[in-house]
Ligand binder design. Structure first.
Ligand SMILES: *Cc1c(COP(=O)(O)O)cnc(C)c1O
Length: 348
């Protein structure tokens, strides 16, 4: 990837003259089955641009899941920067939501009291429910609902390729049910920087304008797009390895049958495990600290030290994520470390 970046042909992207960026955008459009795509620096910006394009009116309203990245993790940018109001619906454990609830919250009156619902935001894979993959039937029903009210659907597809791999369908099969999408080239796809927005031609034209005002315009961005091209060509199929390793870890943890951490194997669909650490002897934060710490005692007992970096979330939850740099061997070592930490707690 570094070599491809160094060798990339570049040009002035402001005039759409960067051949590598153009090639990335063309290939992504093909893969997504969308008219056009646009290369932007981050997923947060991709979501913000997309939502702004769907909500040209200040005080417009979007409908979004209460566990959505757009709602929880983007500093409320849709309100802070775009003046858009969020109406929240409850995410169900499988990453979907109740579409009756969505319908009851759509506001389309022409009166003066209410904001006007302008877009429905979905997320696939759904990060905070544990990388869940809403089934295609849910997306079809969401599409039918959106169509009844003339609303567009934006898909936060930061990990859309994980969803496509998990469902064993083409990305375009998911995205034909959406009006716009943001897809991260970093994360599991291994690029250092970059995200693509997909949509219809007029939508992307507007997105180019909004990207500029948000400071997302890049010049010789071909050095980054070259990495993105490798993400699309070489990194998608290997997401299966991440999913396999994730499952292996989940099965291993289940086999420990420890009261400290328990994983619902049926909820493990992609490369993320979100599991509770609920034990009076150790909090989720302490658990993560122990997994990350390498003591001399561990090295003496086991012959080597293993550092496992987990993310401690709200609600006593811990998040584990697999990606390009976590191999099957690393996964075995992580399980081994987990067993070591559990034994230590049991000895207390
Ligand atoms: C990471 C992520 C984003 C934002 O991407 P950044 O590149 O970190 O800004 C958006 N949505 C989801 C679901 C994500 O996981």
């Amino acid at each position: 990837m570094r070599a491809a970046m160094a060798a990339a042909q570049v040009g002035y992207d402001i005039f759409e003259e960067d051949p590598t960026v153009n090639e990335l955008q063309r290939r992504a459009a093909e893969l997504f089955g969308m008219e056009e795509t646009l290369f932007v620096p981050s997923g947060t910006m991709a979501n913000l641009i997309s939502v702004m394009c769907h909500c040209p009116e200040r005080g417009a309203e979007l409908i979004v899941g209460d566990q959505a990245h757009i709602h929880l993790c983007e500093q409320g940018g849709v309100a802070q920067i775009a003046g858009i109001h969020s109406r929240v619906v409850k995410n169900l454990p499988d990453g979907t939501f109740d579409l009756n609830e969505v319908e009851s919250k759509i506001r389309h009156s022409s009166g003066t009291h209410c904001p006007r619902t302008s877009v429905i935001c979905l997320e696939n894979t759904q990060n905070f429910t544990g990388g869940r993959v809403p089934p295609l039937s849910f997306l079809q029903e969401a599409r039918a609902l959106a169509d009844r009210y003339g609303l567009p659907i934006h898909m936060d597809g930061a990990r859309l390729m994980n969803a496509a791999i998990a469902l064993d369908v083409k990305a375009s099969e998911i995205l034909r049910l959406c009006d716009s999408v943001s897809v991260c080239l970093n994360k599991g796809l291994g690029s250092p920087i970059g995200c693509l927005i997909g949509g219809r031609k007029e939508f992307i034209n507007q997105a180019i304008r909004v990207r500029r005002v948000l400071g997302g315009l890049m010049r010789q961005a071909g050095v980054l797009a070259a990495a993105g091209l490798i993400s699309l060509s070489d990194m998608v199929e290997r997401l299966r390895d991440d999913h396999r390793n994730t499952r292996k870890f989940a099965q291993g943890v289940q086999a420990f049958s420890s009261s400290i951490c328990d994983i619902d194997i049926n909820a493990v669909e992609t490369n993320i495990i979100m599991f509770p650490v609920n034990d009076p002897r150790i909090s989720a934060k302490e658990f993560c600290d122990k997994m990350a710490e390498v003591t001399e005692e561990e090295v003496t007992a086991m012959g080597c030290g293993v550092q496992v970096l987990l993310h401690h979330m709200y609600d006593c939850k811990v998040r584990a994520v697999w990606h390009l740099d976590v191999s099957e061997e690393d996964t075995d070592l992580a399980l081994w470390k987990l067993q070591y930490v559990i034994e230590k707690v049991n000895q207390k």
